[in-house]
Design a protein around this ligand. Structure first.
Ligand SMILES: *Cc1c(COP(=O)(O)O)cnc(C)c1O
Length: 428
């Protein structure tokens, strides 16, 4: 007898009422909050975070959740309560972290384009570290810190030039992309930074890519980083933290990513006798398989060559399929006994690229609910209002209760900052 593989969202199960997440039926969530709605599992979020903490054990370490993967205040507040740090890429994300109860001294600030205003905001809040990505940024940060009479804690984001063997759009550690500074350049840049009056050199950072399924490239990067750390120490530049970024992949379809423990094991081995704090910046591996997008079928349309299930979610809600040709598992919430067909799952947006899934064999009827799995990372956080579509609601299931952590947007709010041209009727 073949056993159906467990869902990658481990708190999702099929019962008499269809799919349930923790103790709540998805049909009840749809009835109460409407669709489309992002649904996260508190237990799955906590388990994903604890997997990191458990694997890191007693060694000095900080797990900084990558806010860009999921920036909902409810989700961030949960991680903050667990003692997480945060990896931010904008002043907006810093504001979210603070509003969610996160501590500034556990925040690292990544990104190639930090503005003066964002630097001031982060310095005033007292963040842990700026992960600086260029020589020009060092100069700007030194100047801004000087104006504030402050000292800016910095790490350089170094490009270890290893191939993470992932999708080209989400590979970030190669010489050919915009992130970080080259390994050869970093040594000289650290010496420059150490001589700047308003910078305090604290650490080193790297992040080689996303959806990594093989731990080897990260280990390779870590070895290169360590060699640089020792070279710096030899000239009197001592670092107190080493940030190895995020990037651990998850199962969307049939991938077999390493467990968090297996991913971290070679890194912990490399750094086992080292006093530096190890930082990680996981995004996808914390939230990706802790959430799903719940949507309802509006129409079935049987074309000459293809069948379409037109649903009430679209590429504005979940951009990954259109953007990266990404796969999300599609699961009918209630399994009905109707003839199966091969369907493209598409949204109402006026773009041919508006699909959520293609060529899936499913037994569907109009009105059915579908769960798009593995949507907890880069789902809501990449959503837009294209076609003046209010963004979905977000809820966190917590045992047998459901917390609304983002109300569905209203149409009026989408144009609240706009106004008609006052002289639109003036003759030309
Ligand atoms: C996007 C990003 C992360 C998170 O990556 P995941 O693949 O979601 O773990 C971490 N650090 C930096 C600098 C990033 O740009």
């Amino acid at each position: 007898m073949s056993v159906a593989p467990a869902f990658p969202l481990t708190t999702l199960a099929r019962g008499a009422a269809g799919l349930t997440l923790e103790g709540v039926a998805l049909v009840d969530i749809a009835a109460r909050f409407g669709t489309p709605v992002y649904v996260y599992s508190r237990a799955a979020l906590v388990a994903a975070f604890e997997a990191y903490r458990g694997a890191l054990g007693a060694r000095p370490a900080l797990v900084c959740c990558a806010v860009k993967a999921n920036s909902n205040l409810g989700v961030l507040s949960l991680f903050a309560a667990l003692g997480a740090g945060f990896d931010i890429v904008s002043g907006g994300e810093l504001a979210r972290v603070l509003a969610a109860g996160g501590r500034a001294e556990r925040v690292v600030f990544s990104g190639v384009g930090k503005s003066r205003v964002e630097m001031k905001q982060a310095l005033t809040a007292g963040i842990r570290c700026f992960n600086v990505e260029s020589a020009a940024e060092l100069d700007r940060l030194n100047a801004v810190a000087g104006e504030l009479g402050a000292s800016a804690p910095i790490a350089l984001r170094v490009n270890p030039d290893v191939d993470p063997k992932t999708h080209p759009y989400i590979s970030t550690g190669l010489k050919s992309n915009k992130f970080g500074v080259a390994g050869d350049e970093a040594f000289a840049l650290y010496q420059r930074a150490a001589a700047m009056p308003h910078l305090a050199v604290r650490g080193i950072a790297c992040h080689i890519g996303s959806q990594l399924l093989d731990p080897a490239p990260v280990s390779e990067a870590a070895a290169r980083i360590l060699a640089l750390v020792d070279r710096l120490a030899a000239v009197g530049i001592r670092l107190d933290h080493i940030d190895l970024g995020g990037g651990l992949g998850i199962r969307y379809r049939d991938e077999t990513p390493p467990t968090v423990a297996a991913y971290l094991a070679p890194l912990l081995d490399t750094f086992k006798d080292r006093p530096e704090t190890l930082c990680f910046e996981p995004g996808r591996s914390l939230t990706g398989n802790a959430g799903l997008l719940l949507t309802r079928i509006e129409y079935l349309k049987h074309g000459e060559e293809k069948n379409f299930a037109i649903v009430d979610a679209a590429m504005n809600d979940l951009a990954r399929p259109a953007l990266y040709d990404a796969w999300h598992e599609v699961v009918p919430v209630v399994a009905y006994d109707v003839p199966p067909g091969r369907y493209d799952i598409v949204g109402p947006i006026c773009e041919s690229g508006d699909f959520l899934a293609q060529g899936r064999d499913l037994a569907l009827e109009a009105g059915d609910l579908l769960a798009l799995l593995s949507a907890g990372a880069y789902g809501m956080s990449m959503s837009s209002n294209y076609n003046t579509r209010p963004r979905a609601a977000e809820v966190i299931v917590d045992g047998d209760t459901v917390h609304l952590v983002r109300a569905r947007e209203t149409v009026e709010s989408l144009y609240a900052l706009e106004c008609p041209l006052p002289n639109a009727h003036a003759p030309v």
